[in-house]
Design a protein around this ligand. Structure first.
Ligand SMILES: [Zn+2]
Length: 201
């Protein structure tokens, strides 16, 4: 006989909200959690709680941070004259893993997608413009994804930043297959994309 439980159904529903998790996988995971010891299961729940309580956005670049600034903004060895603009913190993480960039970042928290209701005011564009005007920034490297939305966002950034005097504006090279994302391509490809960046202004 099949086991019915509103609590289990609720857990399946929550797991299904995760990306790439369909109903079958959610059920499998829920049953796995059910079989864990009480201690192990609660440890998992507490980890979710802790990450939501301690991790926020960096006040400066919108990367994830524990405290005011993220570990990159807090690192005095980084070249603060270069800001690399990415869509998401996971893109930043992929670039960091490649070890090919020593500047700082700005995370947009998305890409423009007017058809999905993602307009300029939904991204951290104001924060970026303010930084470029206030901080001593020599170059902004636009590293949005080579997707339809990412390219549209790059063009919008170009319009927005072109007015800033003396700023070098570059776009990472199209070394990556169109539609691919940083997190899915190798280290060398990310590194080549930075090396081959071109002027946008
Ligand atoms: Zn930061």
């Amino acid at each position: 006989m099949e086991f019915k439980s509103p609590a289990l159904d609720k857990l399946v529903g929550e797991l299904q909200k995760l990306p790439g998790i369909g109903s079958k996988t959610a059920e499998r995971l829920a049953h796995h959690i059910l079989r864990l010891s009480r201690e192990d299961a609660l440890q998992m729940a507490k980890a979710i709680e802790a990450v939501k309580e301690t991790v926020t956005y960096c006040k400066r670049c919108y990367n994830f941070a524990e405290g005011e600034l993220c570990s990159i903004c807090d690192d005095s060895s980084r070249d603060t004259g270069k800001i690399c603009v990415v869509e998401q913190a996971r893109d930043l993480a992929a670039i960091e893993k490649s070890g090919s960039y020593d500047g700082i970042y700005h995370v947009l928290l998305g890409a423009l997608a007017p058809l999905d209701g993602i307009e300029p005011e939904n991204l951290t564009l104001d924060g970026l413009l303010k930084r470029v005007k206030v901080e001593e920034v020599a170059e902004v490297i636009i590293a949005t994804n080579p997707s339809f939305e990412g390219e549209g966002t790059a063009l919008y950034l170009r319009e927005m930043l072109l007015e800033v005097e003396g700023l070098r504006l570059t776009r990472i090279a199209r070394g990556m297959p169109s539609g691919s994302q940083f997190e899915h391509v190798g280290r060398n490809i990310v590194s080549d994309a930075f090396e081959g960046r071109r002027e946008m202004s």
